[in-house]
Design a protein around this ligand. Structure first.
Ligand code: ACO
Ligand code: OAA
Length: 462
């Protein structure tokens, strides 16, 4: 049996399988009105679409509305890491490198590092930016996936076997594991891409050790590029992208996953692998890849990228599930919390604009801008929403990465490389506060039935 056959249902007849699919779909369907009858908080949202309050955090604050006499009023988005506005954090870097490392310190330890603390912390991370040859050979190079998020998960889960104290959830041990993950995930991701490029795309295999005098952002570019060369601006832009993606409150799907999984008392590798699994989803971090592919699709199907009517017509087709991936979503648009704007998209857009001018891609940038301008209103009209819909962090990030020469396979892994700082901070916060196991309720809406003997089942099936 070959690899492909191994995962096929070769012995099941097509019609028999179709019948099983029908049964499965019928059995799983629940009358939508019951959700209203039982006031179920679908997606953990209240009737206004606001997230149900499930925890407390000091790590970050995501602001999309302000309260006006008890009414929520849309405002331009703001994001605070440990109380500091992200826009100010970024402005504060000036010409300094290692912005992501500095931000990671802030998220984990709750304060802006002094010069000495910053230096020592960078030294710790740089020291940990290493993988053994055996790990590279036995884990990363084997069974390459077309989606590198799966490769990343596999490698993170395998690190468990290389850790002498994997299950201990005391703070010192989890902090040690967290620092290891933050330092090692860039290497794992880039090497997983190199393996993919070699085995799936027939490219030359190129594995470079990271340089000790480089920041994480610089090393990503260095390890990725054949000639290892990059400009100061390119490294700066990637560093800021890492900062912008590092953390987003406790309620986002992947960080909530960290909390849920951590609350059962499981190990760090399992918890972070679960969060990577969540982030991969196209409604979450995986949207950056979808945006890239959606724009390629728009560019292919629309002849005049400046023609608002033609573009809007195509966007409506996407919303009607008649175009692109038939999911009915305009990726990179919309957010559970932000309304008028996502502050990260605002910053990324500025980089996208200046890079597009440098790379002669103004036409593409103008198309992104046009879609951003029109898509929000189209979504609101189509979905009959009153909440403003804005571009989110995933809207411009892929465009920026592509102008940095980063292959699209690495778009979502780069998100994970950054967000692991937030996940680890939340895992530690959950552990420090000895949280209760997270266990919401599901109302049973089936019927209790008498058990049927195997000889009497023909007419009793649902
Ligand atoms: C890092 C991040 O995770 S950022 C988000 C990345 N994801 C995307 O870009 C994918 C496209 N966007 C979306 O799917 C959504 O906007 C989400 C998942 C981000 C937020 O979803 P919600 O919190 O449910 O958004 P909201 O309550 O404002 O949406 C209301 C309705 O509008 C629809 N809607 C929202 N955004 C979009 C969109 N971009 N395209 C089409 N329909 C949309 C939703 O499907 C929802 O309909 P439903 O209630 O039938 O599910
Ligand atoms: O907050 C959310 O729902 C999604 C998220 O992680 C982000 O926007 O970075």
């Amino acid at each position: 049996m070959n690899n492909q056959q191994m995962m096929e249902l070769t012995t099941v007849e097509k019609s028999a399988f179709e019948e099983l699919v029908k049964q499965c779909t019928r059995s799983g369907s629940i009358d939508p009105s019951l959700y209203v009858d039982y006031d179920v908080k679908r997606g953990l949202r209240d009737s206004n679409g606001n997230g149900v309050l499930t925890g407390l955090t000091e790590i970050s604050d995501v602001v999309g509305t302000r309260s006006d006499n008890g009414r929520k009023v849309p405002v331009d988005g703001e994001l605070y890491f440990q109380g500091f506005n992200v826009a100010e954090i970024i402005a504060g870097f000036g010409d300094r490198k290692y912005g992501f490392e500095e931000t990671t310190y802030l998220l984990l330890f709750g304060k802006l590092p002094t010069e000495e603390q910053r230096k020592n912390f960078i030294h710790i991370l740089t020291d940990l930016e290493e993988l053994s040859g055996a790990f590279l050979r036995d884990v990363i190079m084997k069974a390459t996936s077309t989606n590198l998020m799966n490769s990343l998960m596999k490698s993170i889960l395998s690190l468990y076997s290389y850790d002498e104290n994997p299950d201990d959830v005391c703070v010192p041990n989890v902090l040690r594991q967290s620092l290891q993950l933050i330092a090692k995930m860039p290497l794992i991701s880039v090497y997983a891409y190199q393996a993919y490029r070699h085995y799936k795309l027939d490219g030359t295999l190129m594995i470079k050790n990271p340089r000790k005098d480089y920041s994480i952002a610089e090393n990503i570019l260095y390890m990725l590029r054949d000639d290892g060369q990059f400009t100061e601006l390119e490294a700066k832009v990637l560093d800021i992208c890492l900062v912008l993606h590092a953390e987003h409150g406790g309620g986002n799907n992947s960080t909530f996953t960290t909390h849920v999984v951590t609350s059962s008392g499981t190990d760090t590798y399992s918890a972070i692998a679960a969060s990577i699994a969540s982030l991969k989803g196209p409604k979450h971090g995986g949207a950056n890849l979808k945006v890239q592919r959606m724009f390629a699709d728009i560019m292919e199907h629309c002849s005049d990228w400046e023609n608002k009517d033609e573009i809007c017509e195509y966007l409506l087709k996407i919303l009607d599930k008649q175009a692109f991936d038939h999911a009915g979503l305009i990726y990179g648009m919309g957010h559970a919390v932000y309304t008028l704007s996502d502050p990260r998209a605002v910053i990324l857009k500025k980089f996208a604009k200046s890079l597009s001018e440098e790379k002669g891609m103004q036409k593409e940038f103008a198309l992104y801008e046009l879609v951003e301008r029109e898509a929000g209103n189209l979504i609101m009209q189509k979905r009959q929403m009153f909440k403003p819909v804005c571009a989110n962090v995933d809207f411009y990030s892929g465009f920026v990465y592509s102008m940095l020469g980063i292959p699209e396979e690495l778009f979502t892994p780069i998100f994970a490389i950054s967000r692991v700082s937030g996940w680890c901070s939340h895992r530690l916060e959950e552990l420090v506060n000895a949280g209760k196991i997270i266990r919401p309720a599901y109302k049973y809406v089936g019927h209790h039935r008498p058990y049927y003997d195997i000889n009497n089942r023909d007419c009793e099936q649902k």
